[in-house]
Ligand binder design. Structure first.
Ligand code: AMP
Length: 403
């Protein structure tokens, strides 16, 4: 069933509590990349433009000690949000207690307040990790601050925390609405359609270091995809399962049997590289060459080779839905980046297909190429998008009310 969205609700005069994803890279108080703040703007603007006020909650980083709190305050994020919204944004350096309650009480329509990092609750008290262990009292407290709860943080939707599931549970118990924001709505639409209702041919491209990280996705998408293209370090365990020599390439011995089973189950659907760029050392400067399906004993495969690129392109050219997660090689090193960049360029050229990219490395490659505007959807949640593609129900999505 479709989920309730903020646009279904009348926010006029309402205090809207929004769980946003402001988990941005930050160093010495300087924000490295404000994409996630920008991605939250449509929901925040909708509330303000329609006569509501917004109380924003987010986590930032992982807090293990008091020392971490200095670097992981949301204060600079609130300042950046003010610049983007072109209005004053109040920051409360707490997320519980009288300062919060006063700020919320004084909040007028059109105004925004950002509360301090929700994960400060994980070390600040004697009760353990109140936020990430979903202490119901904390969820109840936050829920009491607003008339409506909107979850717009897809990046943490695979976690059951006080600031998403906890608040939603308490809001529903109090008879108040729980809706998605525009960002989560977009994520559900693109990832959900790809998983449950893809336009065919549907091609999944998986890469990255480990088979183990992607097993759930492969299992779920074998029956749904027309082709699954495998690159990156994970390809070598599959090549070994087919009896090829893989030299010093990445190899997960404990996944060999599983790789054999997946190959048997998927048949021709699973497409492996037919050549690799192989190097003598894990270094950009190491001597390297293009080799076929067998890798010499003293070499390791660090990228898919040109014939594999052509093979993948020939399959992708007819695709109508493409999901890509994980690099085709060690793309951080220029000599082994071409396979990943070529896959990115190919996706950008598919004007008649829905293209979806998830995962930090593939997203970084898309940005490096400047192709992001040509991709239908770049997911903001690494772990969350993988779990969605595995077919799992995400707690942060499940907790949103149905329409
Ligand atoms: P993941 O976090 O599983 O998506 O893996 C991403 C990492 O896998 C990147 O840092 C890549 O450098 C690395 N990687 C990709 N292909 C290979 C390969 N053939 N050998 C070793 N590492 C690889």
């Amino acid at each position: 069933m479709a989920k309730l969205n903020i646009s279904d609700l009348d926010v006029k005069g309402k205090k809207v509590l929004v769980r946003v994803d402001f988990n941005v890279p930050i160093k010495n108080g300087v924000i490295g990349d404000d994409n996630r703040i920008v991605a939250a703007l449509p929901t925040i603007n909708y509330i303000l433009d329609n006569g509501g006020s917004a109380i924003l909650l987010s986590h930032l980083g992982r807090i293990k000690s008091d020392e971490d709190k200095k670097e992981l305050s949301l204060k600079p994020v609130a300042a950046r949000l003010g610049e983007l919204l072109k209005k004053d944004v109040e920051f409360v350096p707490e997320n519980e207690g009288s300062a919060v309650e006063t700020a919320v009480k004084n909040l007028k329509p059109g105004e925004v307040v950002v509360l301090e990092n929700t994960r400060f609750q994980d070390i600040d008290n004697d009760f353990g990790k109140r936020e990430s262990k979903n202490d119901p009292k904390l969820g109840e407290y936050w829920a009491g601050l607003g008339d409506i709860f909107v979850n717009d943080a897809f990046g943490t939707a695979h976690r059951s925390h006080a600031s998403n599931v906890g608040i939603a549970t308490a809001m529903k118990a109090a008879g108040k609405p729980v809706a998605s924001g525009f960002l989560i709505e977009k994520e559900i639409k693109f990832l959900g359609d790809a998983v449950s209702n893809p336009v065919h041919p549907f091609v999944t491209i998986l890469g990255g270091a480990k088979v183990s990280d992607k097993i759930g996705v492969i299992n779920n998408l074998i029956p749904k995809s027309d082709h699954i293209l495998i690159g990156g370090g994970m390809a070598y365990t599959f090549l070994a399962a087919k009896g090829h020599k893989i030299g010093k390439s990445l190899f997960e011995e404990d996944k060999l049997e599983l790789a054999k089973q997946l190959l048997a189950e998927a048949g021709d659907k699973l497409v492996l590289p037919v050549d690799s760029v192989a190097a003598t050392e894990f270094s950009n400067d190491a001597s390297h060459e293009v080799v076929g399906e067998d890798i010499p004993d003293n070499e390791m495969g660090l990228d898919i080779g040109p014939k594999s690129v052509e093979l993948f392109k020939s399959i992708l050219k007819d695709a109508k839905t493409v999901v890509w997660n994980g690099p085709m090689g060690c793309f951080e090193m220029p000599n082994y980046a071409e396979g990943t960049l070529e896959v990115g360029r190919t996706l950008a050229d598919l004007t008649d297909a829905t293209t979806i990219i998830g995962g930090g490395d593939s997203t970084a490659a898309a940005k490096q190429l400047g192709i992001a505007p040509k991709i239908s959807h770049i997911s903001t949640g690494g772990g969350a998008s993988l779990e969605y593609l595995e077919g799992k129900e995400l707690p942060g999505v499940a907790c949103i009310s149905d329409k």
